[in-house]
Design a binder for this molecule. Structure first.
Ligand code: PLP
Length: 332
């Protein structure tokens, strides 16, 4: 079995291509302080502490073939992330969905990366109010751009080469809770630069005890003797990870969320990453050691193809109504 060339299908396939949109929205659409605008003109107020202090919660859902994937799960996780950081979304779930839908209509993207956040809001006038959550007015921002792939078709076909970071660990739960989706990315970004410096594609972060956690913007799975394993802590509860667990159950593959030492990854038969931005992404090697016979493993390939086929058949999908308003009627 070979991998479905998902990126190519999403670019050229019938039912996937981009719908008409105003020129101001060719790179995407944004929603800033209650106003819709083209993404090229979107700007965040500089005193928003979301920007100054990474004081925010966010989430990302994808659309393919004009259907949002697992939108209710992303909305629920977003509310949990806000609660963990004592943030309040000024919009309820149906208002949030209406904003995201309008952005998809404006951008005309049936293949889309749909991002939204709530920040703490502007710095209070007096420094003494900084410690009072009620002194802030939490702000909502969102944008939609054409779908982003962490690993494109060519990279998925050969499999990612991973580097386990030697310099960085994933931020511990008692510092910034990684199960709440947050703006703290410096550990992940610097480990990614380290991986690229070593000639690898992507990094893996361990916890303080040397157990696997996750990768920059993605969960990690390994396959050993026909069973799936993924870390149970120190990482985001990824919606794609949950999807893989459902697919594994359908295929009768035992799957475990558990504590995993780094050695388990080095001796895995197969491994893959999961993320909204790319789905299921096969691994070729870890720290220079090829897994199995290299390239996408057979179970990874099966899960990858099933993931896209089921999504395109409407599984967990919320269809987007693109007809609601003419994009050119929006002012910006
Ligand atoms: N881990 C982190 C740190 C992430 O930021 C993400 C997604 O961006 C993931 C894992 C994967 O989560 P999901 O499958 O919900 O996109």
């Amino acid at each position: 079995m070979t991998l479905i060339q998902a990126e190519q299908i999403m670019r050229d396939g019938p039912g996937h291509t981009r719908l008409p949109h105003a020129t101001g929205y060719s790179h995407g659409a944004a929603f800033i302080n209650g106003q819709f605008c083209g993404i090229d003109t979107a700007a965040i107020p500089i005193t928003d502490v979301g920007f100054l202090h990474a004081d925010a919660a966010y989430d990302v859902v994808s659309a393919s073939a004009g259907q949002l994937f697992r939108l209710p799960d992303h909305l629920a996780r977003f509310e949990q992330s806000c609660a963990a950081f004592r943030l309040r979304n000024p919009y309820n779930e149906s208002e949030t969905t209406a904003v995201l839908t309008r952005l998809l209509q404006l951008a005309g993207t049936r293949e889309a990366y749909v991002w939204w956040c709530v920040t703490r809001g502007a710095m209070p006038d007096s420094g003494s109010e900084r410690g009072d959550p009620s002194a802030y007015r939490n702000c909502f921002y969102a944008f939609v751009i054409p779908y982003l792939y962490i690993a494109d078709d060519a990279t998925r076909n050969r499999g990612l080469d991973l580097h386990v970071s030697e310099r960085y660990i994933r931020i511990p739960e008692k510092a910034v809770d990684p199960t709440a989706k947050n703006f703290h990315w410096m550990d992940m970004k610097l480990s990614l630069f380290e991986a690229r410096d070593r000639g690898a594609d992507f990094s893996v972060l361990l916890d303080t005890e040397g157990n696997l956690t996750e990768c920059p913007g993605a969960n990690l799975f390994l396959v050993r003797d026909g069973q799936l394993y993924s870390p149970d802590s120190g990482c985001l509860a990824g919606i794609t990870r949950a999807t893989v667990l459902e697919l594994a159950a359908e295929l009768g593959l035992p799957a475990h969320l558990t504590r995993l030492p780094v050695a388990a990854l080095h001796r895995a038969d197969e491994a893959f990453l999961t993320s909204t931005a790319g789905g299921i992404m096969p691994v070729n090697s870890v720290d220079g050691r090829t897994l199995g016979s290299g390239g996408p493993g057979p179970l990874t390939t099966q899960l990858h193809n099933r993931y896209w086929q089921k999504r395109w058949a409407g599984w967990h999908g919320t269809p987007v109504d693109y007809s609601a308003a003419s994009p050119s009627s929006e002012t910006h």
